[in-house]
Ligand binder design. Structure first.
Ligand code: CA
Ligand code: CA
Ligand code: CA
Length: 302
C-alpha cells in the first residue's frame, strides 16, 4: 500500500503509477495546467524505453469485470494489452474474453454490446482536458460510435455509451467500489482504478462523439500476433500508420461499450528517421568514401 503526504491511501504499487498519481494530486490541488503537463512529461520519462519491432505488455486486473451479479472472469474480462511500433505502423492488441464481434445483451438498449473505440491521448493532459484533441480508432461498424466511418480519426471528442449498454454502477468510482466489494481488484492497465486521469464522477468515455477521419486501420493477422497471448479467450488487435501520431509518450484506453472492464496503456512513440534522410545520409557517406579513395580528402590521421 502507498500513501501520499496527507496520509491518503493510494492504490498504486508500481513507481511509475505512483509518480502519475502524485503528479495529478498536486496538479489538481494547485489547478496549475503547466504542472499537469510537466507531471505527464516527467511521467512519460518513466515509461520503459521503447524499442522498434518489440511488443510491450500491459497488464490489467484478471478479476475486475462485471457481468450481471458476477465480478471477475466474465465475458468482458480484459487481461492484457500489447503495444508495438514498427517503422511505419503502430500495433495495439488485447488479450480478453470479449469477442471483437461483440455480444448480445438484454441489458443494452440496442440489445448488443460492441467493441468500443480505442481512444488515444497524445496531449500530455488528462482526458477531460484533451477533449477535441484526441485520436481514436473505430474498428467495428456494430457499436454505438458516432464516427461515420471506420478508421483512425483526429480532433476527437469522446463520450461514454456505458449506461445505455447496461453498466450498473453510476460512475467510475462506483464501478471500482462495486468490484472491490465483490472480491475483485479493479485496475485500468497502467493506471490505478482511482486515477485522476479519468473523471471518477462519470463513466470513462469509450466511443467517438466527433472527429475528423484521417486514415484506414487494419486488423492484425495471426502472423502479426504470433507469440502474444494470455488467460483471455481471444487475442486480436489493429494497426495504423505511425506517422499520424506525434513522437513522444501517449496514453490509450479501450473497453467494450459497456465499460464492464477497461484497460489503459502508457507507451511511447519513438522517432524513426525518414527514409529520404537515411538515403541522403548513405549517399553522403558514399560520396565521402569516394573522396578519400580518390585523394580529394586526406585522412586527418597518418
Ligand atoms: Ca480486467
Ligand atoms: Ca450497443
Ligand atoms: Ca480493468
Amino acid at each position: 500500500m502507498v500513501y501520499d503526504e496527507t496520509g491518503e491511501i493510494l492504490m498504486e504499487i508500481k513507481s511509475t503509477e505512483f509518480t502519475f498519481i502524485k503528479c495529478f494530486h498536486h496538479a489538481e490541488k494547485s489547478l496549475l495546467a503547466p504542472l499537469v503537463i510537466a507531471c505527464l512529461l516527467s511521467f512519460g520519462s518513466a515509461v520503459q524505453a521503447a524499442t522498434l519491432n518489440t511488443w510491450s505488455e500491459i497488464l490489467d486486473s484478471p478479476n475486475d469485470s462485471i457481468q450481471g451479479d458476477t465480478v471477475g472472469g466474465t465475458v468482458y474480462e480484459i487481461y492484457k494489452a500489447f503495444y508495438r511500433q514498427r517503422e511505419e505502423r503502430i500495433d495495439l492488441a488485447f488479450n480478453t474474453n470479449f469477442p471483437f464481434q461483440g455480444v448480445s445483451s438484454s441489458f443494452a438498449s440496442d440489445g448488443y454490446i460492441g467493441f468500443g473505440d480505442i481512444i488515444i491521448n497524445t496531449t500530455g493532459q488528462n482526458l477531460s482536458a484533451a477533449q477535441g484533441e484526441l485520436f481514436a480508432i473505430r474498428a467495428v461498424s456494430n457499436n454505438n460510435s458516432a464516427a461515420p466511418n471506420l478508421g483512425l480519426l483526429g480532433d476527437v471528442s469522446a463520450k461514454s455509451v456505458a449506461s445505455q449498454n447496461g453498466l450498473k454502477p453510476a460512475n467510475l468510482q462506483a464501478y471500482n467500489s462495486y468490484v472491490q466489494s465483490n472480491g475483485g481488484q479493479p485496475s485500468i492497465g497502467d493506471l490505478p482504478a482511482n486515477t485522476i486521469y479519468f473523471d471518477q464522477n462519470v463513466h470513462i468515455p469509450n466511443v467517438i462523439a466527433s472527429g475528423t477521419w484521417l486514415d484506414n486501420v487494419q486488423w492484425l493477422s495471426p502472423a502479426d500476433l504470433s507469440g502474444l497471448g494470455g488467460p483471455g479467450q481471444y487475442t486480436y488487435g489493429v494497426s495504423f500508420a505511425s506517422s499520424i501520431l506525434p513522437d513522444g509518450s501517449f496514453i490509450f484506453h479501450w473497453g467494450p461499450e459497456c465499460n464492464n472492464d477497461v484497460i489503459a496503456g502508457i507507451v511511447e512513440k519513438i522517432r524513426v528517421p525518414e527514409p529520404s534522410n537515411v538515403l541522403g545520409f548513405a549517399l553522403m557517406l558514399i560520396g565521402l568514401a569516394t573522396k578519400f579513395i580518390t585523394g580529394v580528402v586526406k585522412p586527418a590521421l597518418k
